[in-house]
Design a protein around this ligand. Structure first.
Ligand code: CA
Length: 233
């Protein structure tokens, strides 16, 4: 039996769509359409993960999250509206492990669910290298404490923003990151500007890494965003 996921969403069509996709992926799904039901159901069952909409009737998602954290700690991915920056910050502060901005591509949601289940399952296996602050992709290594990127031992000079962007892509290998997500992570929540700055940074990174070393590290997923896939020699 797959992981058991509670979907808390009052938009019936969206809830049904997510349920169908999750069931198709082999997960076991329970739904709740308001905050009170969500808390009751969460207290009566053991879930591996909760997808929690923030704007809910009865009891809003953030309040549900706070009470869950106190009473039934479970990894939570928040579903947020695009412009509710405060909600995202408050949600992460309140203990959510991740958030997905609506409208989302189902593939992104599924990837985040897989990542959350992997990172927060009982048999958590932390990557030893990542713990020491080193991220690897085949011949490339990125050292966070040294702020250094090496390709087969050759140092690649990156600006802070380029370094941070590469770090985020390497930390999320195999997860397609949307331009909005990258923008928030690289430029911060307050950043107001065009998401095409992300395309510019990607171009810089490619010109310094992909073009020089003849690799295809950063892949474009048309209409969605960018991904670094696990290295396959
Ligand atoms: Ca809602």
């Amino acid at each position: 039996m797959g992981a058991h996921i509670l979907v808390v969403e009052d938009e019936e069509k969206l809830a049904r769509f997510v349920e169908l996709e999750l069931v198709h992926e082999g997960y076991q799904v329970t739904k709740a359409s308001n905050g009170r039901d969500a808390l009751r159901i969460a207290s009566e069952n053991k879930f591996d993960l909760i997808l929690l909409d923030i704007i809910l009737p009865e009891l809003n998602g953030l309040e549900v999250l706070r009470r869950l954290e106190r009473e039934h700690p479970t990894p939570v991915i928040l579903l947020t509206a695009r412009d509710s920056v405060m909600d995202k910050v408050a949600g992460l502060d309140a203990g959510a492990v991740d958030y997905v901005t609506k409208p989302f591509a189902i593939e992104e949601l599924l990837a985040r669910i897989r990542a959350a289940l992997k990172n927060h399952s009982g048999s958590k296996i932390p990557a030893a290298a990542a713990q020491e602050g080193t991220l690897c992709w085949g011949p490339l290594t990125l050292s966070i404490p040294r702020h250094q990127v090496l390709f087969e031992g050759h140092e690649i000079t990156l600006t802070n923003r380029e370094f941070h962007m590469l770090q985020i892509l390497l930390e999320n290998q195999d997860i397609v990151l949307s331009r909005d997500t990258l923008l928030e992570k690289v430029c911060g929540y307050e950043y107001v500007g065009e998401t095409n700055v992300i395309d510019v940074y990607i171009r810089y990174l490619r010109s310094k890494i992909d073009d020089v070393y003849q690799v295809k590290m950063i892949q474009t997923v048309r209409g969605v965003g960018y991904v670094i896939k696990s290295f396959a020699s």
